[in-house]
Design a protein around this ligand. Sequence first.
Ligand SMILES: *Cc1c(COP(=O)(O)O)cnc(C)c1O
Length: 397
Amino acid sequence: MTIKKTFITEELDRLKREGLYTNIPVIAGPQGAWVEIEGKKYLSCCSNNYLGFCNDPALIEAVKKYVDKWGVGPGAVRTIAGTLDLHLELEKKLAEFKGTEAAMVVQSGFCANLAAIPPLVSKGDLIFSDELNHASIIDGCRLSRAEIVRFKHADPENLDAQLAKYDNVNCHKLVISDGVFSMDGDIAPLPALVEVAEKHGAMIMVDDAHGEGVLGRGGRGIVDHFNLHGRVDVEVGTLSKAFGVVGGFVAGDAELVDYIRQKARPNLFSSAMTVPDIGANLAALEELSRSEDRVKRLWENGRYLKKGLKDMGFNIGHSETPITPVIIGEATEAKKFSARLFEEGVFAGAITFPTVPMGTARIRVMVSAAHTKEDLNFALQKFQLVGEEMKIISSSR
Ligand SMILES: *Cc1c(COP(=O)(O)O)cnc(C)c1O
């Protein structure tokens, strides 16, 4: 192993030298508005726990109930060991919630992209992908071996121009976009993208990971938000963000989902979701279907925090969702800002190049329905303190 190992040691050293090595904070206890790290409480402003479901009593109760009756494991991949009736129940309820004919669940949102894309396009076909699409979309596209054409971010005119170049090429064409772009919080112009895809006879797929439980009526997602039911061929979603659990799904018309089930390798060669995951997701769906309160609180919290930060003079970009980027500029400054916040009891990481463009390093603040007004005021007070101290905003009057 000695020869082979040299490059590993060298690369780890390089990462550490260049400040790119990731040290992951250890959370003792549940994810929530506040988290415990090394014996101290921090206000969490960086999780995707949008609705506070990660530690919700209804979800915990449900898990206990389901585990008592169904045990924990799925046994194997569904096509070999059989599918639990619970998987089918979750799929049926998800389809109802999303307003599609059918849905198929897989282990994560990442897997859902690997499941959905390769069956639809392969060598000789074309994918038109927003240049800022999520890594799991990019990996799903690469796995398919189709040619990938990138279109300008959230730009239907550019998509139109790219598609037009291939109008006389006869192959499968698939347009793919994130629903909500997680670094800036902007929403894909889906109605225009759908129109352009229809015009050129291309299929369209949206990955609604950050829109699930956030956009649309009661968190039904981006298709509901724009009232595009029936016009988006493939919807990919995650159960790991607003749903507070883990898992992913592919939703669409019954035939499409049937086809994906038959072809998707994460479904054929990787074991199904566990019982606790299914149970907790069923409970989250039930809570979401029962009341829109959580979703409303999330948006209220987002608006409150944004207004506060903006009034202080921070550059908060152009987010259209509760995701709130606080743009600092240089990576070293953003990291320092995040470190000072941490000392002050606020856990909010810095996001730097290459995740965001050079010179736009930021603190991405993720609000949650679990945050109270006092929590948000605490965050605002600390942002003001550190912002003034680092001269990113001018001192308060
Ligand atoms: C987070 C995210 C995923 C991955 O979802 P997981 O369930 O965490 O695997 C996929 N796509 C997009 C757009 C995401 O933001």
